[in-house]
Design a protein around this ligand. Structure first.
Ligand SMILES: Nc1nc2c(ncn2[C@@H]2O[C@H](COP(=O)(O)OP(=O)(O)OP(=O)(O)O)[C@@H](O)[C@H]2O)c(=O)[nH]1
Ligand SMILES: [Mg+2]
Length: 198
């Protein structure tokens, strides 16, 4: 049974004028390209290929909106940090993200997906400060934890925790092993339900 039986894809936006109606509450998921955002969403929502049903060419530059239940959404933000990307694409990405964070009244939380084998990148830090600038709480998923030995994963968690301090909460996660799923669902629900208390 899905945690969100009525979850469905709403739309993909290439520019702010295409964003879905800004009512209720939504949580955004961001991270480097290939970090594991879509896999994390699929596991959290407990629907195979859910975040991929909308896959279209160039999707990495799109903001994908999903409805979890009435008035509650999950938003798959475009991945960042490609090695080779045209400057125009990079700028489009930056302005889309800026617009998203500054415009969305319903934005209640950010889930930042980071590969547990890497530390935070400068792009991740930019996302953190963007979220902080608009007073949106952040939870970091250190994903692909299954690729690390237990003690390595514990060290990675400790290092990132140390860097983040009070700026964000952080947990180990694995979409493959379904590790940390309950914890991430709890954070998601807390973000979604805290709307209006900002
Ligand atoms: N071992 C392992 N592999 C994972 C995990 N999560 C994702 N992957 C793999 O990592 C690759 C990228 O995963 P995606 O979920 O597509 O990553 P993404 O961040 O959505 O990527 P973009 O949409 O291209 O930015 C895929 O090959 C996944 O199977 C995990 O927890 N463990
Ligand atoms: Mg994806």
């Amino acid at each position: 049974m899905s945690q969100f039986p009525d979850a469905k894809f709403i739309l993909s936006a290439a520019s702010p004028d295409q964003f879905t109606s800004d009512t209720g509450a939504e949580v955004a998921v961001a991270g480097r390209s290939n970090a594991g955002k879509s896999s994390a969403i699929n596991v959290i929502v407990n629907r195979r290929q859910f975040a991929r049903t909308s896959k279209t060419p160039g999707r990495t530059q799109l903001v994908n909106f999903f409805e979890l239940r009435e008035g509650r959404r999950l938003v798959d933000l475009p991945g960042y940090g490609f090695a080779r990307v045209a400057e125009s694409v990079r700028q489009n990405w930056a302005s889309l993200l800026q617009a998203y964070f500054h415009e969305r009244q319903s934005l209640s939380g950010l889930i930042l997906v980071v590969d547990a084998r890497r530390q935070l990148s400068d792009f991740d830090r930019q996302m953190l400060s963007l979220a902080e600038s608009v007073d949106v709480p952040v939870h970091v998923l250190l994903t692909k934890a299954d690729k690390l030995k237990k003690n390595q994963a514990a060290t990675a968690l400790h290092e990132v925790q140390k860097e983040l301090g009070d700026a964000a909460s952080v947990q180990l996660f694995s979409a493959l092993k379904k590790q940390g799923v309950e914890e991430s669902r709890e954070v998601l629900e807390n973000f979604l339900n805290a709307q209006g208390m900002k």
